[in-house]
Every structure is written in C-alpha cells, then in structure tokens.
Ligand binder design. Sequence first.
Ligand code: APR
Ligand code: PHB
Length: 395
Amino acid sequence: MRTQVGIIGAGPAGLLLSHLLHLEGIDSVILESRSRQYCEQRIRAGLLEQGSVDLLNDTGLGDRMNREALVHDGIELCFDGKRRRIDIHELTGRQVSIYGQQEIVKDIIAARLAAGGKIIFEAQAKEVGGFEGDKPFIRYVHEGIEHRLDCDYIAGCDGFHGISREAIPADIFKGYDRQYPFAWLGMLVQAKPTADELIYCHHPEGFALFTMRSSTVSRLYLQVEVDEDAKNWSEDRIWDAFHRRLGQHDGLEVSMGPLSQIAVTPMRSFVTEPMRVGRMFLAGDSAHIVPPTGAKGMNLAIADVSVLARAFIAYYKKNRTDLFDAYSATCLQRVWRAQHFSWWMTSMMHPVAGSAFDNERQIAELEAVTSSRAGSTFLAENYSGLPLASWREPV
Ligand code: APR
Ligand code: PHB
C-alpha cells in the first residue's frame, strides 16, 4: 500500500492530522493498534483551550462539541480552607471547554470515515524505516499478516508507548524527563456537579480535583502514592478523602453517586528533541507528555498537528520544505511553555509528604497568585492557552 503521509496512531494527534490533510487534498493512512471501540471508549482528560475549540470549529468538527461541551469562564483554587476564583474570561477574554477526549476521538473518526478516510484498526506498527533517506515505510501486522505501508512522510502520532520515538537514532535523540513522587487516582461519578466550575484543591493530606463531563457525570481525582494500587481505594475511602480535602470549604457540598473507571494516572514530564528526523515527524504524546494538572496534553497534541499540517500543505502545494525544517523548533517553543506551566501547577498544588516547609510555601504561593491580578492573569493566560498559529496554507 502507498500513501502520501503514513500516520501511526488514532488518538487526537493522528486523527486530527489526517483530517486537516484531507481538507487540503493530501492523502494519508492511519494505522492503529487498538480497535475502534477501544479508542472511542478510553477515558482520558477533557479540557480544551480556546484555540483548540476554534480549530475544531474551523475545520467542521464542532457540531456535537458545540451542543454538548460545557463552556467555563473560570476555575477555582482552594487552599488553607479558602476558596478563590480565577476569572479566566475577565482576565484574558478567553474561555475553556470541557469535552472528553474520547468524544473528540469519536467525532474525528466519524468525520474521517464519512469522507472515505482510511483508518486501519487493529494494525500494529512494528517498524518505521527509510525516513533518513527518501523511501520511508512502516511495517505493520494486521489480522496476523505482515504488511508494508510506503509513504512520502511518516507521522509518529503513536503516544508515549509507541515505536516512532524509539526509532530516532541515539546520536541525535535527546530526552528530558521529570518524574513526580505521587500519582492521581481518577474516577467517574454519576452525580450532578459539586460546583459550576473546576476546583483545584490543595490540602495537607493531598491534592484533589473536581471536574465534570456533563450535568450528570463528574470526574474526580485524588493525589495518591506514586505506586498506588487502585484496589486499595474502596468507595468509602475515596469519599472520606474527598470530604476531608474538598468538602471542608465554604459552600461546598460534595455530590456523591456510583463510582466507575477508578484508575491510577502516573505524573510525568517528558520532552523529546528533535521532533523530526528526515522524513519522520513526531506529534503529541509520542514526543512529549505533561502531568495532567495543567490540562495541556490533548491541547499540545492539537497544536503540534496544526503546525505539521501547515508544513505538509506548504510542501505539497508550493514545494516548500522550510516549514519541515522549522517544525521541531516551532513545536518545542510551545511545548516548553506548557511544560513549565504544568510543572508549576503540579508543584504548587501537591503537598510533599513530610515537608511542612513545602506545605507552607505552597500556601503562600497560592495566596500570592490568587490575590494578585498579575499572578492570576499569568495563570489564566497559560491555562486558557497561548494563541494557535494558523494551520492553513502559508502565503
Ligand atoms: N501501532 C499502531 N498504533 C499504535 C502503536 C503502534 N505500534 N503504538 C501506539 N499506538 C496507538 C495507541 O493505541 C493510541 O491509540 O497510538 C495512539 C496514540 O494516541 P494517544 O495516546 O491518545 O496520543 P495523542 O494522539 O498524541 O494524544 C495525546 O492523549 O494521553 C493523552 O493526555 C494525553 O491528551 C493527551 C493525548
Ligand atoms: C478532566 O476533566 O479530566 C481534567 C480537567 C482538568 C485537569 C485535568 C483533568 O487539569
């Protein structure tokens, strides 16, 4: 089989890239190791920056999102028994939207298939090669048979555990890594929202986050030990922790209901450099991951592919290769801004076990950020997202 752009991975990065290329008449094939159902059901984060929402709308993917997403003007930070609101809209003119990642995945899969797009599910990429020359290929296994996809370019959108990052030659690969000494226990709860907006809560016992998916489904996270087993958390233990950490704040009454999808999310920051080698480009989690505190993972994936789509369009329409050359540096600028923000939010919100100094220092920092317009604006600008450059054809 042959295509212009061979894409590995049907997460937000690979799917959106394929869609953007299609809008400009560029052919692609997506190889995805999981089933369609698995991709559409996998619970991940769900917060979209304004720029991500605008891009989805601009490219015809916004119908259901506009009906179902919950649009928020602000967030709350709780600490030291206090509740403080950051008015993102007033400070930046922007809003954020709650719309589960798997809903975006469903919408783009439907749009690609309706347009005749080629997504091969249950196709496991085994090898990428030829990208340092001019004959890139991807070897993959589908229904027990090995196949080869020849392409002009490879887009490695295969997430943090994929094969494309591993294929970067050791002499040019550089990885930047930070692991955190705690994890999050995430879950869904069938209950009306505890509050109208997201609540990030610092508590000496551990961080807690209240977020939501709809008027009947909330999503909750609790800071837990780094190697925690979700089985150690009974429903009673979970609710006790939420009541102690979150429920002690003025006017907050934690809404309870049946819990499901209880799972541990590790916290890690990672950046790959460069994000391009010859005719292979990495985008999204394959190139970088962030701890979920800043809600940047999916937004960064969207930002990468908007830069990559523009580079492909410049090449196929105008024979320009300068945007390929600029790809890695352009993406990494935003990636490092988001890395800093995610690290900062994480470091400010999670008490360090046994360190009374850090606990007091974090409270002082939260007080400084929430009581100063400059501090709140910094948080609001980064949370709602830096502007996205146009993905369209450059003039
Ligand atoms: N062959 C085929 N598909 C693969 C392979 C492989 N060898 N390895 C991984 N994949 C697939 C995975 O099954 C997954 O569906 O690549 C896809 C990668 O998707 P994501 O992990 O969702 O990554 P990305 O599209 O970059 O989106 C980033 O995902 O993890 C969240 O919080 C993160 O929101 C961020 C978003
Ligand atoms: C979520 O809704 O899952 C979510 C929202 C904000 C975060 C992390 C996760 O910071």
